[in-house]
Design a protein around this ligand. Structure first.
Ligand code: BGC
Length: 440
């Protein structure tokens, strides 16, 4: 059971030499300069009223496109040795669009910060759709173009960000772009993203890249009780969130029953999807407590879950929650990683935590410090338990456009004033910098 993540802190644990220490961002959430790229499905989605909590868009966001030098200086001062950002596909497809990533890459290399780009973080070019199989090969073309331009300076690549959340929020529940409410009919969008990932791995290897992974969102699933109905519902949820996206990548097979819901015969696709990976990226935020369906619609973590789902999601009692309402359970990270090691054995490549962080207001963000400190200790316990972990990235460097929540949820180590665009490091930025000094 969870212990108190806000318990008093002792000296930080020591991670192995060569560990990758970073922060993560994504293009649509920070870049702005929407007029200098092709439109994405998020532009269409946010233009419709009522989709984003504060009615905002990411047209300007943090204006990172114009202020990237200032942001790279913040990274250098922080002392990270790696930076995970994403390449916007709509920008990469625009005339001169790759020039921006070229400049950013040079700036990072000059600052001694290793660039770790994600090639897709939810900003699909308008007009494309993950329900179409052809989008997978279009993605591979995008990846080849980016690798041809940046591959002389970039060695580590991440194909996709969180196909699970993208399918669930964007195609099944309608909370994110493109706004599909297809429930289980959304599964082809998952398959096509996984296929896109596999094709991208092949395209990257063909371009000479040798260090390739994906960033998948995962978390332990806890049954609400020992009752059979709760255990079965939790098992199904675990299959959907965790196994549906890890099994095909690591084992070359969909979990029993789910392969039948995918479009057509997927046998040949699974060969592509299970191309060996050099690392496995895990985005971890919280575990989920799941029970048997109640037959009613429920509100959870900013989402409306329809009554038809074969499970319900419940609060985890007795732990702090972030301002998003997400439970703070660092032990869940140890449980997740040791569980993955037990489930996948030597099919699991070295793990990198590609996102971890929490939302909350204020410059003196002690809750964020407690969150990060607790999760780093939990990560170290996974290392001690024998999980091969090679890196950790905080989500996020900057407060940013938090998708359907607009600018109402702040995940940054650095505060952004969205009126003036001024950046102000928070207490957590100083804390992470001090922590990183202990690891040199
Ligand atoms: C996504 C980020 C998002 C973060 C916080 C992750 O699921 O990759 O884009 O901002 O969670 O919600």
């Amino acid at each position: 059971m969870p212990t108190d993540p806000y318990a008093s802190r002792t000296a930080p644990p020591r991670f192995p030499d060569g560990f990758l220490w970073g922060v993560s961002t994504s293009a649509h959430q920070i870049e702005g300069a929407a007029d200098l790229r092709e439109p994405s499905v998020w532009d269409t989605f946010t233009a419709a009223p009522g989709r984003v909590k504060d009615g905002s868009t990411a047209a300007v966001a943090c204006d990172h496109y114009h202020r990237y030098r200032e942001d790279v200086a913040l990274l250098a001062d922080l002392g990270v040795n790696a930076y995970r950002f994403s390449v916007s596909w709509p920008r990469a497809a625009s005339p001169g669009g790759l020039d921006f990533y070229d400049r950013l890459t040079d700036e990072l290399c000059a600052a001694g910060v290793r660039p770790v780009p994600t090639l897709y973080h939810w900003d699909l070019p308008a007009g494309l759709d993950w329900l179409d199989r052809d989008t997978a090969s279009r993605f591979a073309d995008h990846v080849s173009r980016v690798a041809a331009r940046l591959g002389d300076r970039i060695t580590r690549w991440i194909t996709l960000n969180e196909p699970a959340e993208h399918t669930l929020l964007g195609h099944a529940l309608g909370a994110h772009a493109p706004g599909g409410r297809l429930l289980f009919d959304a599964l082809p969008a998952a398959h096509h993203q996984l296929l896109a990932h596999g094709l991208a791995v092949r395209a990257l290897r063909a371009s000479g890249a040798a260090d390739i992974g994906i960033a998948n969102s995962h978390g332990p699933t806890w049954p609400a009780s020992g009752d059979r109905a709760d255990i079965e519902a939790a098992d199904f949820y675990d299959t959907l969130l965790n196994r549906l996206f890890a099994d095909p990548l690591l084992l070359g097979a969909y979990p029993a029953g789910l392969g039948d819901l995918m479009p057509g015969d997927v046998t040949a696709d699974l060969e592509v999807i299970s191309e060996p990976l050099d690392f496995y990226g895990v985005n971890y935020y919280a575990p989920t407590r799941v029970g048997a369906p109640q037959g009613t619609e429920i509100e959870f973590g900013g989402l409306t879950l329809p009554a038809e789902l074969p499970f319900t999601v419940l609060d985890i009692e007795g732990v702090p929650v972030t301002d998003f309402g997400w439970p703070v359970v660092p032990e869940g990270l140890t449980e997740l990683l040791t569980g993955f090691r037990d489930r996948y054995g030597d099919r699991l490549p070295p793990v990198v935590i590609t996102e971890n962080g929490c939302s909350g207001d204020g410059l003196d963000d002690q809750d964020r410090i407690a969150y990060l400190d607790g999760h780093l200790r939990a990560l170290h316990r996974a290392l001690e338990a024998g999980v091969d972990v090679r890196g950790y990235f905080v989500w996020s460097l900057l407060d940013n456009f938090e998708w359907a929540e607009g600018y109402t949820r702040r995940f940054g180590l650095v505060h952004v004033d969205f009126g003036t665009l001024a950046r102000t490091p928070k207490a957590s930025y100083g804390w992470y910098r001090d922590f990183l000094r202990t690891q040199r």
